[in-house]
Design a protein around this ligand. Structure first.
Ligand code: VG1
Ligand code: CO
Length: 580
């Protein structure tokens, strides 16, 4: 092939967000849009990460992925990349990409140096919906802010990109290596099975035999919903073939370019079919629901865990996994190095860390901040309130890992019960956890696609009010006398303990005397307008009061949050788009 240098000009708005660049497909398919971003990424990396490097290119299979893979492959070839690795049909979950970077050895003994992950995660897909791209580093984790800032700077000055226009399209449906000759020598494209490396890693972490006993027991019923995302490519292999679950326990496990028209976000609003099957909400089924249910998002890094007619809040989920990991999961048998959560995630994990005397970290939203801690051996398990849970086995959150972690805990607690005896359920485990550690009532209100100017004003007003706490407390008292006093209010700022880098403006916090918290943030993953996230949390230590309905328990604090922030006044919205 030959290398062509094409003239281009900067395109506005290519700033990577919380997790890469996410825009409507129509934006991505504008002339040079993807090309500019990819070349800006190459230009932001050190030379050895490009020339002679081995690059993974794959994603959740959403609409435009196949075209994007061909374009990136041609640009990689032209930029001197030595090998491109592609999961069969372009499919690799985000956690699988991280595993492939860290673990996979190529057919010629090579190792990957980085990856382009093609996903907009939980955002819908299809010609009128979202596409996304992000770059991961050689530790398997998302590029740190130092790199993403550089990429953005490059997009503002780019004037040419390189592409091997005459490189033939690669057949990504068949495994195998295709070699080409270019001006700098050989260039290989290797297509490989999307699941093998990931499955192997999972088998080295969990006791598959113990989980198999649980999943194949007639006493334990199971259900997994991939929402037509890429998790489907792993679910059958792991849950059915390896662990003996019934094939009928898989819902929506065929990956689709448009996620079947749905919103591939595993929460009580969007995972409707699973929620109905689990007997939750209004859609209570007549049949006995399964004992355990779980769902994933488009790129399979998120998880929702459900018990029979029971929802596990993600903030509780990570705390419960941390509290039970050492005894239930072989990978952690030597103990946990530490635990971490994102700032808006509830403090349930903090209480576990304190009780078990573990190192604890609170980082800004987004998985990239956990990576440094893990690389430095400071953190084993971490999580976010946004249905993200994971560990230092990779550098991304991992939806299927979280399910296997829960199944391991259930298998451990039911070792003696599978023959006879009463099954310990998901609900039992959660209630016992609350009784031991107290309960963090928690909810998140999302206002999606709000006018960006209005959202900014709302946030600015909240920051301004922070300068006078007595005034804030007067307002709070006037709204509801039941809630405690605001004792601190600030914007969350994080200093990375490993590299010393500082991230500012990571969310507006109002901290109450009784440990309650209100947090306001603007989303960094949306593709249109602004999304305001409001996180509400209240701690209850009294074991006799941990069984209340969460929305009811939080009602006074919710009222305070909405009125204090003048949510309706600024946004014109009387209700949030989604409550989780
Ligand atoms: C959201 C979540 C955040 C998560 C991010 C990526 O970001 O709040 O916790 O890490 O999505 O998740 P934001 O900026 O919109 O609040 V995913 O499944 O895209 O990898
Ligand atoms: Co995701």
């Amino acid at each position: 092939f030959n290398v062509t240098r094409k003239e281009t000009a900067p395109i506005d708005g290519q700033k990577p967000g919380t997790s890469g660049l996410r825009k409507k497909v129509k934006v991505f398919t504008q002339p040079n849009y993807l090309h500019n971003f990819v070349q800006s990424t190459f230009n932001a990396l050190s030379a050895e990460k490009v020339r002679g490097a081995t690059l993974v290119v794959s994603g959740d299979g959403r609409y435009y992925s196949k075209d994007a893979i061909q374009i990136i492959t041609k640009m990689a070839a032209a930029n001197g990349v030595r090998r491109v690795w592609i999961g069969q049909n372009g499919l690799l979950s985000t956690p699988a990409v991280s595993a492939v970077i860290r673990e996979r050895v190529g057919s010629d003994g090579s190792k990957a140096t980085g990856a382009f992950i093609l996903t907009a995660s939980h955002n819908p897909g299809g010609p009128n919906e979202d596409f996304g791209i992000k770059y991961n580093m050689d530790n398997g984790g998302p590029a740190p802010e130092g790199i993403t800032d550089k990429i953005y700077e490059n997009t503002k000055t780019i004037n040419e990109y390189s592409i091997a226009e005459d490189l033939p399209d690669v057949d990504i449906s068949a495994a195998g290596v295709t070699s080409f000759g270019g001006p700098e020598g050989q260039f290989d494209v290797e297509v490989f099975d999307s699941a093998s490396d990931y499955v192997k890693l999972m088998k080295s972490i969990f006791d598959f035999e113990a989980i198999r006993k649980l999943l194949s027991s007639p006493k334990f019923t199971f259900c997994y919903d991939a929402l037509h995302g890429v998790a489907g490519a792993y679910a059958k292999r792991i849950f059915v073939e390896e662990l003996g679950a019934q094939e009928s326990s898989l819902l929506n496990c065929t990956p689709k370019e448009d996620f079947g028209g749905g919103h591939p976000d595993p929460n009580l609003t969007y995972a409707k079919e699973l929620v109905a099957r689990m007997g939750l909400g209004k859609s209570n089924t007549q049949d006995e629901p399964p004992e355990f249910g779980a769902a994933a998002d488009g790129d399979a890094d998120r998880n929702m865990i459900l018990g029979k007619r029971f929802f596990v809040t993600p903030s509780d989920s990570v705390a419960i996994i941390a509290a039970n990991a050492v005894e239930s999961i072989p990978y952690f048998s030597a103990g946990l190095k530490g635990v971490a959560r994102s700032m808006p995630t509830s403090a349930a994990l903090d209480v576990v860390a304190k009780n078990l005397n573990l190192k604890f970290f609170e980082v800004p939203t987004g998985w990239k901040f956990f990576g440094n801690l893990m690389d430095d051996g400071l953190c084993s398990i971490c999580g976010e309130e946004s249905f993200g849970t994971g560990s230092d086995h990779i550098r991304e959150k991992d939806g299927i890992w979280a399910v296997l972690a829960w199944l391991s805990i259930l298998a451990h607690k039911n070792k003696e019960n599978l023959g006879g005896g009463k099954l310990v359920t998901v609900e039992d485990i959660v209630r016992k956890h609350w009784a031991t550690y107290g309960r963090h009532y928690y909810t998140r209100y999302d206002y999606e696609n709000v006018d960006a100017g209005a959202a900014k004003e709302l946030m600015a007003n909240l920051v301004k009010m922070q300068s006078s706490l007595p005034e804030v407390n007067d307002i709070v008292k006037g709204i509801c006398s039941d809630v405690s006093k605001v004792v601190n209010a600030d914007e969350f700022e994080y200093k990375d303990p490993v590299d010393g880098s500082i991230s500012k403006h990571q969310g507006i916090r109002y901290l109450f005397e009784d440990g309650s918290r209100l947090v306001f943030r603007l989303s960094g993953t949306g593709s249109e307008g602004a999304t305001i996230r409001l996180y509400i949390e209240q701690y209850e230590k009294d074991p006799s009061k941990t069984g209340r309905d969460s929305q009811e328990a939080l009602a006074p604090l919710v009222e305070v949050a909405l009125k204090l922030s003048k949510m309706e006044q600024f946004t014109g919205r009387s209700a949030p788009t989604v409550i989780t």
